[in-house]
Design a protein around this ligand. Structure first.
Ligand code: G1P
Length: 295
């Protein structure tokens, strides 16, 4: 039988220091894009890609994420009594469709470590990793596009995007041969190289389809200079044993992990909303940009 991707891992233990003070008492994954928390976009992408077992890697102060995906009896009773059926269906939809497990990372020892702590929950099957900071608007969904490549080529797949050369040092970067349009066979990968040492401008973005042999590879991966275990370095080790592929996903990606990217995403998704698009577009046209600067 062909391996099916049933589980998606969401690393969500980061402290969100870039968004202080907003993230002092709430996780950054819960910041809204319009009215939906960032993490829900990723969970809905998994679901739309056929993956309904969600494994959240959390840490201290992340209870709001657990509550968000749980049933809220008081809220549901309240909405029901007021006849607010649309809202009721909206908040029930997601928690009814997914099966969520939580595991704590304990110490923030990097993305590779976050994946490693899911080993028992994932077990011996291929799985997806979604970095919810990267919100990707795509049809078919980004993860679905990658699963298609995984099913065809039967090896781990990372999502990639061409980025401007000055940005490569913020990403894992691949050296690769394009085997067909948008699909690459990886020759090497390097985590956050200086611009002049980057093998290309093909950056790994926050989606992975992995096979369980990543776990022993990560276990053998040394911590980097900052004490973290990098997933990129684990993949580099695995590459000695099997081919790994890159998939250029077709869609619009927003990096909501920094303020500018977050603001762009809010504007983008507001413009995608039928109930807001028109007045919001009008506001953007009319806003006196200079006034904001003068004040
Ligand atoms: C992580 C990975 C990096 C990848 C990036 C995508 O970095 O380590 O390889 O390119 O996600 O968003 P982070 O953004 O957590 O620093």
């Amino acid at each position: 039988m062909r391996d099916v991707i049933r589980k998606a891992v969401f690393p969500a233990a980061g402290l969100g220091t870039r968004f202080l003070p907003a993230t002092k008492a709430q996780p950054k994954e819960m910041l809204p894009l319009v009215d939906k928390p960032i993490i829900q976009y990723g969970v809905e992408e998994a679901l739309a890609s056929g993956v309904d077992n969600i494994i959240l890697v959390t840490g201290r102060g992340k209870n709001a994420i657990e509550d968000h995906f749980d049933v809220s009896v008081e809220l549901e009773t309240f909405l029901e009594s007021r006849g607010k059926t649309d809202l009721l269906n909206e908040i029930r939809k997601i928690s009814n469709l997914i099966n969520v497990s939580y595991v704590r990372q304990g110490e923030p020892l990097g993305l590779g470590h976050a994946v490693l702590v899911t080993r028992t929950l994932v077990g011996n099957e291929p799985f997806a990793v979604i970095l919810a900071d990267d919100v990707i608007d795509a049809t078919p969904p980004a993860l679905r596009q990658m699963i298609q490549v995984f099913e065809e080529l039967d090896g781990p797949v990372v999502a990639i995007e061409e980025v401007p050369p000055e940005d490569v040092s913020a990403y894992g970067v691949i050296d690769a041969e394009e085997v067909r349009p948008g699909v690459y066979r990886i020759r090497d990968l390097v985590e956050k190289p200086p611009r002049d040492e980057a093998p290309s401008n093909l950056a790994i973005i926050g989606r992975y389809v992995l096979t369980p042999d990543i776990f022993p590879a990560l276990e053998e991966t040394a911590n980097d200079r900052s004490g973290e275990i990098q997933l990129t370095n684990g993949l580099r080790r695995l590459l000695k044993q099997r081919p790994i592929y890159g998939c250029r996903v077709a869609g619009v990606r927003h990096d909501t992990g920094n303020k500018l990217g977050y603001l762009r995403a809010v504007v983008y998704f507001a413009l995608r909303r039928p109930d807001l698009a028109e007045p919001f577009r009008e506001y953007l046209r009319a806003i006196d940009r200079e006034a904001a600067v003068r004040r």
